[in-house]
Design a protein around this ligand. Structure first.
Ligand code: TA6
Length: 291
């Protein structure tokens, strides 16, 4: 299956028409074209990228699948305090490493990031990150591998895949999130933020920014005529975000962009993954277009 390696991106293609484009900047998946299991003729873009997004490496991409590591949101721990919101993985240039699979089942490319002078100036830990992007006929898998290469200290980190799914935002429902506790980032007062979800199907018709804790790692996003299935491993939490009118405050968000996507973001972001020297961890997201 063809793999195109260009100066700033890698494009994978599947014989049944699917393709994925990974920008080396942030190892950000910026396009995933796929048909559904139900209708294999209908190949279309499945990720939202704002028409105002910068793709030149000047700032994280507004859309696609930015990789969040080693902190989610504004840094809180001492060792993260020099980092920007959502950490450095999404605004560093990764290296294309290899094709790890290329057969009937799919095609898979591996990208790597380890400390450079810029990272070392703000983050005092050694590490190796690898990101494996796998394209199948109707499915995209993204696996983040973290290796603690320090010999003398542990790493505590958060990680998340900030997936912008291209869907009719005001028509979708996400399930099953019922009875989960969530941290509501739209709530002005910190002490009021921990809540319990009571809906069978979660919509984003009003400004939504919720971190669901200890979630089932299998979600369905449905709307009239459409269904996307999301599974994860080792990402115990899931964030659901759509800014609605708050989106007008986001400089690189296209006008009305919030009507065109929902972010469903598997992550480990309530608490921290703890890795001892030489330990490894993998977080995985698998998205399938059902219909
Ligand atoms: O994952 C949701 C979130 O943390 C929101 O709070 C929202 O601000 C969004 O990410 C976008 O963050 P960004 O740093 O990309 O502007």
């Amino acid at each position: 299956m063809p793999v195109q390696t260009l100066a700033d991106k890698v494009v994978l293609q599947h014989p049944q028409g699917a393709s994925v484009t990974v920008l080396l900047y942030g190892a950000t998946v910026i396009s995933w074209k796929s048909s559904s299991i139900e209708n294999s003729e209908d190949v279309k873009e499945r990720l939202f990228v704002s028409s105002k997004a910068s793709l030149d490496g000047s700032k994280p991409v507004r859309g696609g699948i930015p990789v969040v590591f080693p902190c989610f949101g504004a840094p809180e721990r001492l060792e993260h305090l020099k980092l920007s919101q959502h950490g450095f993985a999404r605004n560093e240039t990764w290296k294309f490493d290899s094709i790890v699979m290329d057969n009937e089942a799919g095609v898979s490319a591996r990208f790597v990031l380890s400390p450079n002078a810029k990272i070392a100036a703000v983050y005092d830990y050694d590490f190796e990150l690898a990101y494996v992007v796998t394209l199948a006929a109707h499915q995209l898998s993204t696996d983040l591998h973290v290796h603690n290469t320090n010999t003398d200290k542990g790493i505590d980190f958060q990680a998340l895949l900030h997936t912008y799914l291209a869907v009719p935002a005001n028509e979708i429902g996400i399930s099953p999130l019922t009875n989960l506790s969530f941290y509501d980032k739209t709530e002005p007062k910190e002490e009021n933020r921990l809540k319990i979800e009571d809906r069978q199907s979660v919509d984003v018709r009003s400004y939504t920014d919720r971190v669901y804790e200890n979630a089932p790692q299998h979600y369905r996003v449905t709307w009239n005529g459409g269904e996307i299935d999301i599974r994860s491993k080792n990402f115990k939490d899931v964030v659901v975000w759509n800014p609605q009118q708050e989106g007008t405050k986001i400089g690189d968000m296209e006008d009305g962009g919030w009507n065109k996507y929902v972010c469903v973001e598997p992550g480990y972001v309530r608490g921290y993954v703890q890795l001892q020297p030489d330990e490894k961890w993998v977080g995985q997201q698998v998205i399938t277009i059902q219909k």
